[in-house]
Design a protein around this ligand. Structure first.
Ligand SMILES: NC(=O)c1ccc[n+]([C@@H]2O[C@H](COP(=O)([O-])OP(=O)(O)OC[C@H]3O[C@@H](n4cnc5c(N)ncnc54)[C@H](OP(=O)(O)O)[C@@H]3O)[C@@H](O)[C@H]2O)c1
Length: 285
């Protein structure tokens, strides 16, 4: 028996990284899963490889109508909606405060915050039909501490945290739970802007992606895993937690934000100096 038997789920950004691993875990656990992304060819291949309980709809989450189309298509196909994982997102930059322009505010919030709010809004009429349903938003440790992400990316994730708490309070009486997961550095194509639908991702071969993946994993193991667990966190580590929050096993949990980072943020260790460039390091006399 699967932990998500009888459930229908939508995962935004399921063509790569954390989203892709969550698609696989959800299907394994018995859910019917609709996932979206901009990378059509990759998305269709993934859906085909995972069988009849998995389907892909192309969607750019910057477009409200496309988000709504994913939700409508899911409910037309499977008749209900129990789980929404707002996962699509990415670090668009710029990486320093002084370089920010108005258009950067728009693009960052559109991808990392507005998309989550709009997917939630359009999913709600279906989610509230179930006795219990679950929304999980993919936040970040970058929302909690400086040093883990670009300024606007961190701000969008912080806004996501605040929105999720209020949504959890307002939707509890309707049986809809709302929680966040906050991954630490997790080895995915986010580190080289390589997701299939991105301009860069479309040009990379599988071999090039595999090389980059290895390099990022080594960097995480060597530089930012203070507990020295001997491996980097990967998408599946986040996917398992998301599966728990999606399932009825967590029915008494709402309004929470779950950090999943291999212990990265539990203490301030000297080896975190890797996060500053030489010129940023404070020189004490
Ligand atoms: N990896 C980490 O260290 C880390 C840490 C904290 C939080 N997170 C969060 O985890 C989530 C997933 O990131 P990841 O690490 O798995 O990155 P990833 O491998 O780059 O995957 C990003 C996913 O989002 C989709 N996506 C991006 N822009 C989209 C758009 N405009 N419309 C639709 N889909 C879009 C991509 O699909 P297409 O390319 O096909 O469009 C892809 O499936 C993000 O919200 C990220 O902020 C990641």
């Amino acid at each position: 028996m699967g932990r998500l038997d009888g459930k229908v789920a939508i995962i935004t950004g399921g063509t790569s990284g954390i989203g892709l691993e969550t698609v696989k875990v959800f299907v394994e656990e018995g859910a019917k899963v609709m996932f979206c992304g901009r990378g059509q060819q990759v998305g269709e291949q993934i859906a085909e490889s995972l069988g009849a309980n998995c389907a892909f709809t192309m969607c750019d989450v910057n477009d409200e109508q496309q988000i709504k189309h994913v939700i409508d298509t899911t409910v037309d196909k499977w008749g209900q909606l129990d789980i929404l994982f707002n996962n699509a997102g990415g670090m668009l930059g710029p990486f320093t405060v002084d370089q920010i322009k108005k258009e950067h505010l728009d693009s960052n919030f559109s991808l990392n915050f507005n998309s989550m709010v709009l997917a939630t809004k359009h999913a709600l009429p279906h989610l509230t039909k179930q006795p219990t349903s679950s929304i999980i938003n993919n936040s970040s440790i970058a929302a909690k501490k400086a040093g883990f992400g670009a300024p606007l990316y961190s701000a969008c994730k912080g806004a996501m945290d605040a929105f999720s708490r209020v949504a959890a309070m307002q939707l509890a009486p309707k049986g809809v739970r709302v929680n966040c997961v906050s991954p630490g550095a997790t080895a995915t194509p986010i580190f080289w802007s390589g997701s299939p639908g991105s301009a860069r991702g479309a040009t990379l071969t599988a071999v090039e992606n595999a090389k980059k993946q290895k390099k990022v994993e080594a960097n995480i193991v060597n530089n930012c895993t203070p507990l020295r667990v001997g491996r980097a966190g990967t998408g599946v580590d986040i996917a398992r937690a998301v599966c728990f929050l999606a399932s009825d096993e967590s029915v008494w949990i709402t309004g929470q934000d779950w950090t999943i980072d291999g212990g990265m943020t539990i203490f301030d260790a000297p080896n975190k100096g890797w996060m500053a460039t030489q010129s940023q390091l404070i020189q004490f006399p």
